[in-house]
Design a protein around this ligand. Structure first.
Ligand SMILES: Nc1nc2c(ncn2[C@@H]2O[C@H](COP(=O)(O)OP(=O)(O)OP(=O)(O)O)[C@@H](O)[C@H]2O)c(=O)[nH]1
Ligand SMILES: [Mg+2]
Length: 405
């Protein structure tokens, strides 16, 4: 399962985002360093299901389909907040940086209202500097990667004498899933191909890490707390600094309130939707009504949606470029062996082939793989075909050899 890590300064709203996306109840507070251990849960990525275009009623098994939208599970990890100089042991975050090494992509939650001071305490909205907060957190990640490289210096020098420098660095950075192709790109971008590795300074190693991080962990910046008025201004600054495609406006708290109210049966609301509807028979307290009014005026009317679902979709479908692929056993009925229509969907990285899909679904499918068929057209797919978003694929396998009597 794809894994997405939540990082950010303390009090930015990581656990609120985590709880909203997973509907778990990890502790949230306005004190710094509330999260002391990583939280892990299941969130969902969604897009239009193929059941709509094929006009079918589906029976999802490994995912969920709501009103023609397919929700696919991904693993979400929330870690303690990072502060400037975390790598020196300030705050709690550095103890858990290795946890985000497991992630395929990152969501970097920033308090866009500018309410967090240098010590991580909540102060007056507008008094902080969200762009600087984001830069500080990134710097901690660069330093953390640079420290791993420096720590493994002798190992890398020894290994690179018998293999390549890229391979040697990749081996020392296997804990953060850095591959040789990203390492060569980062070497070229940082112009360190021209400097002998043994002579790299700390600054040069940090520069290399800064180019490597976005290649190894595609990252979306979340401008959180958009319900607070000061956020609009800082959203503009974050967008200017990181580019529009890498920043998403969100209100994690609004999403958490809506999803909990929906779970209590008070509302009709599906994550990602632009509207929520209070149920006719719902008896709301004055406080609940006030919270929903606030969300309506400060979030939905202004930003259209809370932004949490879109952020998850952007990270997985756009930044990681994953495609939703539906394997089936009967290509004429789009079913599995038990007659379930479009039962499963897999998130496959761009460039994956039908053979990769077979490997992902089951090792026996891979072992007995013969060919695959595009169920929508009935056309046989070449072995090196690059699967496309929302393909429905039948994998044909060798039939089991009959047992001898
Ligand atoms: N107004 C507003 N407040 C929010 C939002 N998201 C989170 N908060 C508040 O921000 C404070 C910190 O939230 P947490 O989710 O605990 O923050 P965190 O990043 O997990 O903090 P650490 O665990 O200390 O790293 C809490 O008081 C939340 O209620 C939001 O979208 N809007
Ligand atoms: Mg937290």
């Amino acid at each position: 399962m794809l894994t997405v890590g939540l990082i950010g300064k303390t009090n930015a709203g990581k656990t609120t985002f985590f709880n909203a996306a997973t509907l778990l109840n990890a502790k949230i507070s306005n004190f710094p360093f509330t999260t002391k251990k990583p939280n892990t849960g299941t969130a969902y990525v969604c897009d239009i299901c193929v059941c709509k275009e094929l006009d079918l009623k589906d029976n999802p098994l490994n995912s969920t389909c709501i009103d023609g939208w397919r929700y696919v599970p991904v693993k979400l990890i929330d870690v303690p907040g990072l502060l400037k100089d975390a790598w020196r042991g300030r705050g709690l975050g550095n103890q858990f940086l290795s946890v985000i090494g497991q992630a395929d992509a990152l969501i970097h939650v920033v308090d866009a209202s500018g309410s967090i001071d240098a010590e991580g305490k909540i102060s007056q909205p507008g008094s902080g500097n969200p762009v600087q907060d984001a830069i500080d957190v990134e710097m901690e990640l660069y330093r953390w990667i640079a420290e791993i490289i420096m720590h493994n210096r002798q190992f890398i020098i020894r290994e690179s004498s018998s293999s390549s420098l890229e391979d040697a660095i990749a081996r020392s950075l296997s804990g953060i899933k850095a591959n040789t192709s990203s390492i060569s790109k980062a070497l070229a971008k940082s112009r360190l191909t021209e400097v002998a590795f043994a002579k790299w300074t700390l600054d040069q190693t940090i520069k290399f890490a800064a180019f490597l991080l976005p290649l190894t962990k595609p990252t979306l910046i979340i401008a959180n707390k958009m319900d607070i008025l000061t956020s609009e201004n800082y959203l503009g600054m974050l967008t200017q600094y990181y580019g529009r495609s890498l920043v998403a406006a969100c209100s994690a708290e609004a999403e958490l309130v809506l999803r909990r109210a929906e779970k209590m049966g008070l509302l009709q609301y599906t994550p990602g939707q632009e509207k929520f509807r209070i149920k006719e028979n719902a008896k709301l307290t004055a406080k609940q009504q006030g919270a929903l009014n606030y969300i309506e005026t400060r979030v939905m009317a202004k930003w259209m949606r809370t932004g949490i679902q879109q952020a998850l979709n952007t990270v997985v479908l756009k930044l990681l470029k994953s495609n939703m692929i539906f394997p089936v056993s009967d290509e004429s009925k789009y079913t599995d062996h038990h007659g379930n229509v479009l039962p499963d969907v897999y998130l496959m990285p761009e460039g994956s082939t039908p053979v990769d899909l077979a490997r992902e679904v089951h090792t026996t499918l891979l072992k007995n793989y013969v060919l695959s068929v595009d169920a929508k057209t009935g056309i046989r797919l070449p072995k090196d075909y690059h699967l496309r978003h929302r393909d429905v694929v039948k994998i044909v396998t060798r039939s089991k050899p009959r047992k001898r009597r």
